[in-house]
Design a protein around this ligand. Structure first.
Ligand code: SF4
Length: 261
């Protein structure tokens, strides 16, 4: 890792021992966790998913009649449960960036820019997701900006992506979704402080000094890799099926960024 201090509120809010006890209390449920979790939490899970492939995997499990434990992000879990109809028991974690987007102020911005399309990451609260034209992973939102026939976009996800959106579509306009209530005197900036720690200097150090190594026991590594590999195998099979059916658009949407959060 470019910086070993670069954490994530989803991981911090999901200690392995507490999550494991939660799973033990519901042994009949299949455990599905998001990629932003520790190796120990992954090792306790049956499946690891990213936001690109999460819906497909939950839909698959639901079709098999499996009730699910989902962790750690409650907003993403609620969104997937609604989309798939799956029986999902949610760990109550949240992302400190996406949790801050505000629906009332977003609605106001939308009214000021009626031509704008609203792009929302599903780690945002329900009320914000309800105002979206597109809901999806970061890669899906980015893809929407150059594929959709619109000149203005309101974006509700980590603002680090705005630079890439602007670079890909220099003639389009990108507005940050509001993160503070109207009367708030203190507002968050929708920048993840931890992701911002992963800078070029840290990458250079990784490459030249081999710093930033993540160490764990071989047993933990093997256990954590199992549910991760299950996701990759699932994605590969789905990809081949989609390619075989000639549905290229669906293929790009679902699998453009398998393995990224
Ligand atoms: S934006 Fe930051 S806190 Fe939120 S999920 Fe990503 S890494 Fe975690």
């Amino acid at each position: 890792m470019p910086d070993l201090e670069a954490e994530c509120s989803l991981d911090l809010g999901c200690p392995a021992d507490e999550f494991s006890a939660f799973c033990d209390a519901h042994p009949e449920r299949t455990v599905v966790v998001y990629a932003n979790t520790s190796a120990a939490v992954k090792a306790r899970a049956d499946w690891v998913v990213t936001s690109s492939v999460g819906i497909d995997i939950v839909r698959h499990l639901h079709a098999q009649g499996e009730p699910i434990i989902w962790g750690p992000d409650r907003h993403l879990g609620k969104y997937i449960a609604r989309e798939t109809g799956a029986d999902m028991l949610l760990w109550q974690g949240s992302c400190l960036v996406h949790n801050e987007f505000k629906a009332t102020e977003l609605l106001q911005l939308k009214q000021e820019h009626p031509e704008a399309k609203v792009l929302v990451h599903p780690e945002s609260p329900d009320s914000v997701v309800a105002l979206a034209d597109v809901v999806g992973s970061t890669s899906k939102l980015l893809q929407s900006t150059y594929e959709m026939d619109a000149d203005t976009f309101i974006v509700a996800t980590d603002l680090g992506i705005l630079h890439e959106m602007q670079k890909r579509s220099p003639n389009k306009r990108f507005l940050a979704a509001p993160t503070a209530g109207e009367s708030a005197s203190c507002k968050s900036c929708a920048f993840c402080p931890w992701m911002a720690m992963n800078g070029l200097k840290g990458i250079e150090q990784c490459l030249t000094n081999q710093s930033g190594e993540v160490l764990m026991t071989p047993e933990l590594a093997v256990a954590a890799k199992k549910p991760l590999q299950r996701m990759l195998d699932f994605a590969e099979v789905q990809k081949q099926r989609v390619a075989a059916s000639g549905d290229i658009v669906k293929d790009r949407t679902l699998f453009a960024n398998v393995g990224a959060a």
